[in-house]
Design a protein around this ligand. Sequence first.
Ligand SMILES: [Zn+2]
Length: 220
Amino acid sequence: MSRGLAVVGVGGLGAPAAAALAAAGTSRLTLVDHDVVEDSNLPRQPLYGTGDVGRPKAVVAAERLRRAHPGLSVDAVVARVDAGSARDVLAGHDAILDGTDGLDAKVLLNETALALGTPLVHAGAIGFEGQLVSILPRESACLRCLFVELPDADEMPTCQQAGVLGPVVGAIGLAAAREALAIGSGRRPPLADRLAIFSGRTLGWRTIELRRHPRCPACA
Ligand SMILES: [Zn+2]
């Protein structure tokens, strides 16, 4: 039986991803987000409306998805995933989908997925570009295989600082759901060992072949 899929961050990436996972017939979802819905979220976060402003995203998203898909079991976790809580919150899932914003959270999810041995769909978007890769712990390249040296936090602005194009996060979120569905059904995801990059300027995808780094600080 499926242990379900966890979506961490139910914003621009995670909201369309969660909607796609639910629509595809996923039986169990865990939605994790500490944030509340803000007016500025509404143009690119399809599960929320003006009446939801100020309410926790995880709770609102869970309500919407339960209403639309009565057979779906959804847990809402209103918490920030941090080093102390990540393993407890995310244990027991078939896959984790990273819908967070910011490098620190993404590095933590990578470490957590490796520690749990749970596949992770890493997704990120900034400005006109988004990227996506699936990480099969100790089998395919992890996030730190790409970034053996972590860039300075100020070299890697968050979406909140740099802005992001709604259709770009939407495209990345839906593609991330496709990866998580493959993992959830026991298939190898198309983007293991392949980083997909989407350009909102050309509306084109390109992929870069990856390989595990022999001196990866996280998975070697
Ligand atoms: Zn690695």
